[in-house]
Design a protein around this ligand. Structure first.
Ligand code: ADP
Ligand code: TYD
Length: 208
């Protein structure tokens, strides 16, 4: 049923995903493509309500199991209301995070739930992006960037540096497991250099 293209950004907190997702959407729009820029958790009215429960408050507010269910519920609504309708219309959907975040945060870092995460994904989501850009950066750099935002949405940053180091390794392993879909970009470079590398990967995929 899919006609458009589905591109996702992944990586540790503060790695530059939302910056790059925006740059990519603007560049593609200027070049005649129609894009939908979205994010997780969130991206639809219902999923944004669930987002608030997840990103605010005490780090121990939810167990990894409960988190996995809440993220998946939010993703299902996002898929039904935003992603699938846009793909059906032939648009390019660019999402700041998607299912790989649950695989790594709840599946391999917060909890050891990877096989349950994979089963739940198969049951309730059942699709993968065409291309996933993983922005790789040393967490000590990204953590400083992330916390500098002061948005109040820092529940996950509250887990600390070791947690972020584990996440980084998780995303690098994921890229090796899905090497056709996942491409790693060095996030310590300037915003312009990162975005030009991403644009090259995106055009290669769109012209496949
Ligand atoms: P994420 O969405 O991955 O959490 P953001 O895009 O919000 O990351 O970036 C986190 C912070 O780092 C922001 O203040 C942003 O302006 C800054 N930033 C993003 N990319 C770069 C870069 N390549 N070099 C320096 N600072 C950056
Ligand atoms: P986000 O706003 O993208 O955070 P950041 O800009 O700091 O990268 O996502 C909010 C937090 O939710 C982030 O710390 C990652 C976490 N998260 C999960 O744990 N599992 C998931 O499935 C998703 C989508 C996000």
């Amino acid at each position: 049923m899919q006609k458009g293209s589905f591109i996702t950004f992944e990586g540790v907190d503060g790695s530059g995903k939302s910056t790059q997702a925006k740059v990519l959407a603007n560049t593609l729009n200027k070049n005649g493509y129609t894009t939908v820029l979205t994010r997780e958790p969130g991206g639809s009215i219902g999923a944004e309500l669930i987002r608030k429960l997840l990103v605010e408050g005490d780090p121990d507010r939810w167990s990894p199991e409960t988190e996995m269910l809440l993220f998946t519920a939010a993703r299902r609504d996002h898929l039904e209301k935003t992603i699938n309708p846009a793909l059906k219309e032939g648009k390019i959907v660019i999402s700041d995070r998607f299912a790989d975040s649950t695989r790594i945060y709840q599946g391999a870092t917060r909890g050891d739930l990877r096989s349950i995460v994979d089963n739940l994904h198969k049951l309730m989501i059942g699709c993968e992006p065409d291309l996933t850009i993983i922005i790789d950066i040393d967490p000590s750099e990204s953590l400083a960037r992330g916390l500098a935002r002061g948005s109040g949405e820092d529940r996950f940053e509250g887990f600390g540096l070791n947690f972020q180091q584990k996440l980084r390794r998780g995303f690098l392993n994921l890229a090796a497991d899905f090497e056709e879909r996942c491409k790693i970009v060095n996030g310590t470079q300037s915003i312009g250099k990162v975005s030009s590398e991403i644009l090259y990967l995106v055009y290669s995929k769109l012209n496949d």
